[in-house]
Design a protein around this ligand. Sequence first.
Ligand code: PEP
Ligand code: MG
Length: 588
Amino acid sequence: MSVQVFGMAVSRGVAIGRAVLVASSRVDVAHYFVPADRVDHEIGRLRHARDAVAAELSALKRDLPADVPHELAALLDVHLMMLHDESLSEATKTWMRERRYNAEWALSAQLEVLARQFDDMEDAYLRERKADLEQVVERVLRQLTLDPGAAPSPALPEPTGSEPLVLVANDVAPADMMQFKRSVFTGFVTDVGGRTSHTAIVARSLDIPAVVGAREASRMIRQDDLLVIDGDAGVVIVNPSPIVLEEYRFRQQQSELERARLNRLRHTPAVTLDGQAVELLANIESPGDAQAAVAAGAVGVGLFRSEFLFMNRGGNLPGEEEQFEAYREAVLAMQGLPVTIRTVDIGADKPIDRLSSQEQRHENGLNPALGLRAIRWSLSEPAMFRQQLRAILRASAFGKVRILIPMVAHIGEMRAIFEALGRARQQLDDAGRSYGPVEVGAMIEVPAAAIAIDRFLDYFDFVSLGTNDLIQYTLAIDRADDAVAHLYDPWHPAVLHLLHHTISRALAHGRGVSVCGEMAGDPQFTELLLAMGLRSLSMHPARISSIKQKLLRADTRQLQGMLPRVLGADMPCEAMKLALAEAARTVS
Ligand code: PEP
Ligand code: MG
């Protein structure tokens, strides 16, 4: 029977594929297809890993001190039994033979199937054995990662004829989302998350249809169910009827045609009807994304989220040399176009290690969004901060580089930032390293900075509005929490007031001003931002064409005239729509 699961639309388009259920803690398991002639080798890898774990468990049991309770030995026996149970080993091989999943993927897929069977058990004692099974599988997965025989995932293509796959998980940490850049999934669904959570942002940058905050999804959807993800409506249809499926296949074709049509705009200059040039920049997460930015027609990078270089590394932070290489790669790939590198924005829903936001909250107990995040963290680690500044400065010898500081809120922070920059330059001078001139900008994403913007403009060359956080902090709505997602309102009069105030003051001071939050890549805000006088927007490369289409049809003089009415309205969104409709009627 067909079922619908409702969530939030975060990344447009339609994906149709088979569900792959993955537990949050195992999302970072490698997922790739194995060519037919390597399946036996892959089964051999699994066998080796299983034997190694069996030896490990037997040794543990043998070496147990005499005084430990005998339950512990019994538990190790249960683990050994589970390890050799056919429902785990044989079924895992079937995933490998029939689906050609790699060993890690096959094992975690089978774990999901068995975990559900445990969940459905009446007997509480048996139900609790799920944790034992998970521990056993974790051991085998860990063993597999030590195995040098694993094939590199990107080299292995999807076998022809197989159906596309869609990932279903309770939550996905932003660091794990980055793995999807190389993965086989064509869409994803999570139980939790908000529209501007970092997980959703990375999904948007991958340009794959996604729905988050679909609360019941990972409970209702079963391994291998056929799913339609409607990334525009935020709906997941589980096992659709043939008619519904047909309808969505048609919509999928239509949206691909629309994409191809929009792509033709990529070299068209971004100029409004009344001749106002608008700078369309790209948001990137890794140097590898720079190519997509150039291909999409971006005239520079407006936001390089450098923190993604710090993730997925087991807590070992990248050194100066490694960072320098990454920044230089992005600068060279942009071929002379400016690259705005934001210093590391670690914290809140972007922990360095791979805990999901939920897990992190659980661990910390406190509210990480209000904690040691972004520039606060950098200033608490001065050596690390200077190291990053040196790496960025050195990259500026290879092209136009700008430094962007996240989450500034205090005057004292600004002094510390410029002091650190001065010392970083001095250290490079002493070491005889070259660097070029760099402009320094601030993210305006804390209401305090927006309200006191004049103070900040004295120090910084440019500002960039981080609307994702500005909305979160203005409205006291955690951007990653689906329970309050309905209150996350970019059209709130207070938010519009802060945006307008910041843009007007920056323009009055002759400073560059841009928006790099998700509002920049959402066409429903293009006219509003143009009306406020904004002429620079930074977004995921995949969004550039749609925004360009919108501004090619806009007249900023007319839009400016609408602004007082919109800013003064109780319902600014409705007022804007009305004003646009009236303007359209006058033209026709
Ligand atoms: C923002 O807050 O709008 C922003 C661009 O930064 P991030 O989403 O990385 O917090
Ligand atoms: Mg931010």
